[in-house]
Design a protein around this ligand. Sequence first.
Ligand SMILES: Cc1ncc(C[n+]2csc(CCOP(=O)(O)OP(=O)(O)O)c2C)c(N)n1
Ligand SMILES: [Mg+2]
Length: 325
Amino acid sequence: MSQLTPDRQRQMLRQMLTIRRFEERASEGFRAGEIYGVVHAYSGEEAVAVGVCATLTDRDKIISNHRGHGHCIAKGADLDRMMAELFGRADGYCKGKGGSMHIADFKIGMLGANGIVAGGISIITGAGLAAQMDGEGAVAVGFFGDGASNAGPFHESINIAAGWKLPVVYVCENNQWAVNVPAAESVPTPNVADRAAGYGIPGVIVDGNDVFAVYEAAAAAVARARAGEGPTLIEAKTYRHRPHTERIDQPDARPKEEVARWLEPDRDPIPRLIARLQAQQGQLSDQELAEMEAAVQADIARAVAFAKASPFPTLASALDDVFAA
Ligand SMILES: Cc1ncc(C[n+]2csc(CCOP(=O)(O)OP(=O)(O)O)c2C)c(N)n1
Ligand SMILES: [Mg+2]
């Protein structure tokens, strides 16, 4: 945090607010039938994507999972094209044919969201190998959930990345549930980070709702990767505010009191960051906060207007970009 100027800290808050407001609008659009496919909201976990991506540059690569909007926004993706993709429009990132779980932007090093649980972990390991072969000091960062850490690609990928000292940072967003399965029942070690010991790499536990703690853990792991010392597994303890997906009538097995506790301002990463900046002399006035909120809302409104003004893809374009039929 010491390296982060007040401007940079406010910028991180703005990104977190952007993610939150984007998700709120996406949920609303999903319920209104404006958005097609599935929406998995990242609300509550914003500090992880923002804290990690603040340590990266455009040449560094990231990969995401099904809960990918926050990672895209934190890496600098275009909100208009993201919203258009959710609305299924031709100006979206995948020309309206991919939806929420397929947003990628190679120009900013965002290799894509991924609907296959743990699928991204192998891909980002390959990106780490590519970075090592290029020899220009880039790193590759994979975001995935606690559920994904039980799947084969997690173990096989970390094993090979550790052996080859690949410049990869594995970021497990432990929101404590995989749909309706509690991590406490599916992960036999007390922490996901404990699994790092089996591969001889550092396993770091961090408060995933504290953006500066995430930043510091990620900065250390990125420095280690850039120095050729190999991968790190970071476990960010966090919680999702919303049900697994926005589909209505889905059972949510999480105890109501547990959900309510994580929504409180002393746990929610955004009020926590606001309180921290306000407590620091001159970091964030009430007026600056109100202006930031208004600017973020304007960005989201502009993205929705862009999406709605864009046409649906034509039937004739259905097979464009299909490489094998
Ligand atoms: C290979 C595979 N198996 C099952 C699913 C269905 N599925 C989608 S998300 C999910 C749970 C993922 O949990 P976690 O990795 O903890 O991520 P979270 O949703 O909590 O962010 C499952 C089982 C899938 N998409 N892919
Ligand atoms: Mg989970």
